[in-house]
Design a protein around this ligand. Structure first.
Ligand code: HEM
Length: 147
């Protein structure tokens, strides 16, 4: 179960990143060109948020049940890998997903198209940047795989 979940969590990053990028670019282009807000714009943001939440659920299962990289003991803060997954990865990703969720609900609440696109663009972009920064890319510590 653990390898399967870890693989799913690792691979799903690409779906989350692609959907977030699509939502950010779509919001920027339509915001700047003054286009009207359609149902498909709402869905672009919605899918990105849903997949971020699926990733959150997989992450929480790994975090609380399976991952040996999450530990609450005397090594939590002194072992860099354990600290990364127990504290840093969790915190960064939770903030990012919270911002994306707030962005979606802000966009829903705002009355005008320009405000909706602006809210989506800003919240989703910050979320995307945080997620990019929180991923254990192969070229940075602690160096997980590409998939
Ligand atoms: C969009 C958000 C997230 C992305 C893109 C993401 C991405 C990743 C990636 C690429 C790995 C490395 C997997 C591997 O070693 O092959 C990983 C590991 C992990 N993630 Fe996430 N993650 C996200 C959110 C979360 C959240 C919110 C949690 C906790 C609640 C979490 C918990 C974990 C844990 C515990 C591991 C370590 C698995 C292990 O090596 O045992 N992740 N994550």
């Amino acid at each position: 179960m653990y390898p399967m979940l870890k693989h799913a969590h690792s691979g799903l990053r690409w779906v989350v990143l692609a959907l977030l990028l699509a939502a950010v670019v779509n919001a920027l282009i339509k915001w700047r060109s003054g286009k009207g807000y359609t149902e498909s714009d709402r869905k672009t943001g919605l899918f990105a948020m849903i997949f971020a939440h699926v990733q959150l659920i997989l992450g929480l299962i790994l975090y609380f049940i399976y991952s040996p990289a999450v530990q609450f003991n005397e090594y939590t803060m002194s072992d860099k890998v354990i600290r990364f997954y127990t504290v840093e990865h969790l915190t960064t990703m939770l903030i990012a997903i919270a911002l994306i969720t707030i962005g979606y609900s802000q966009a829903k609440k705002k009355p005008e198209a320009t405000q909706k696109f602006r809210a989506t663009f800003i919240y989703y972009l910050i979320g995307l940047i945080l997620i990019l920064a929180g991923i254990p890319w192969p070229f940075r510590f602690p160096g997980a795989g590409w998939f």
